[in-house]
Design a protein around this ligand. Structure first.
Ligand SMILES: [Zn+2]
Ligand SMILES: [Zn+2]
Length: 321
């Protein structure tokens, strides 16, 4: 169930992706002489996007029905479709996505879905395809207010797909900072921070198209020069050993099950293992992002400004998972 607009988007974006991925492979391998692509990582990224697309497609009937029912009850149904309609939809959809992404990071139940997107230790255009496979099962819930405000369900889904192209293109190390664009839009520099496992960078820059939401709601972090902070380490605070597709998709669910069903826990503790922040533990054996950040700040304070970049590597902290 794809609208004509969405089909055209897919038709034109696919060859474009192929071209820019080829250029990136060429540039990183030949010119920069770095190995930013591996066959296994790239194949995993593509497989995860195919699984995501399959679930998205299969579940579309349900999500469109829900959005359609809300749209029919909208008091704003007669909104004239024009420039202001599309601009308002762009801003509203991006705002809804910011909160979807933020809850994906801050609530373990949703982090268990989103963690796949962050599980690569490489960062290139194909990392953008490393989808949160099960996200289509609940993403539409964040778009319900948009349907109520009178945006057509097919237009909402089209806008999500359109901003997702931008969201994919920011997965690259080839592009540095982009001047004034950094103030308004999500850029590759912002998204490199988002994929970093360094404590200072955890759970930052959640926007897809506009960075203003992060600046407004306190989740913004600029990419810092290496003289000022450690180089970026991509991936999770504790990366999976011998990852395979099943582990990538279900390891966090498995861990949640083990944690929440352990003996001698209060109801509150069990609840926190499922819906608390990732890294929560009742006995302090693991650390949340905020705790890691606080630990790092103390550590940096202790060394009194004499920053040795190697001391800031993520291995110094406990796992977020
Ligand atoms: Zn994320
Ligand atoms: Zn990403």
């Amino acid at each position: 169930m794809l609208s004509i607009k969405e089909q055209l988007l897919l038709l034109y974006s696919a060859p474009f992706y192929l071209i820019i991925i080829s250029i990136e492979i060429l540039l990183t391998n030949v010119r920069l002489k770095t190995k930013n692509y591996t066959l296994k990582d790239t194949a995993t990224n593509i497989l995860l996007t195919l699984l995501n697309a399959g679930i998205d497609f299969g579940f579309k009937l349900v999500s469109m029905m829900v959005l359609g029912l809300v749209f029919m009850k909208s008091p704003f149904e007669d909104w004239k479709i024009g420039f202001s309609y599309w601009l308002a939809l762009l801003i509203a959809e991006d705002f809804a996505y910011y909160w979807l992404h933020r809850f994906d990071h801050e609530v373990r139940f949703f982090w268990a879905v989103h963690v796949t997107h962050h599980s690569s230790q490489h960062f290139n255009f194909t990392t953008g395809f490393r989808s949160s496979v099960f996200e289509p099962l609940y993403r539409f819930v964040y778009f319900i207010p948009l349907a109520w405000f009178g945006f057509k369900p097919l237009d909402i889904v089209f806008m999500y797909s359109a901003t997702q192209i931008w969201g994919t293109l920011v997965h690259t190390e080839m592009i540095g900072k982009l001047g004034w664009l950094e103030k308004i839009f999500v850029t590759p520099s912002h998204h490199r921070v988002h994929h970093a496992s360094n404590p200072k960078y955890l759970d930052k820059n959640m926007g897809m198209f506009l960075i203003i939401w992060d600046k407004f709601f306190g989740t913004f972090q600029e990419e810092l020069p290496e003289e000022e902070y450690a180089p970026i380490h991509y991936g999770l605070t504790k990366n999976l050993e011998k990852p395979n597709i099943i582990k990538l998709l279900f390891h966090e669910w498995h861990q949640i099950w083990k944690d929440a069903t352990a003996s001698d826990l209060t109801c509150n503790q069990r609840f926190n293992y499922i819906f608390g922040p990732p890294g929560y533990s009742h006995d302090g054996s693991r650390k949340t992002s905020d705790e890691m950040r606080a630990e790092e700040q103390v550590f940096l304070g202790e060394i009194n400004g004499a920053i040795d970049a190697t001391l800031l590597e993520p291995k110094m902290v406990s796992t977020k998972m």
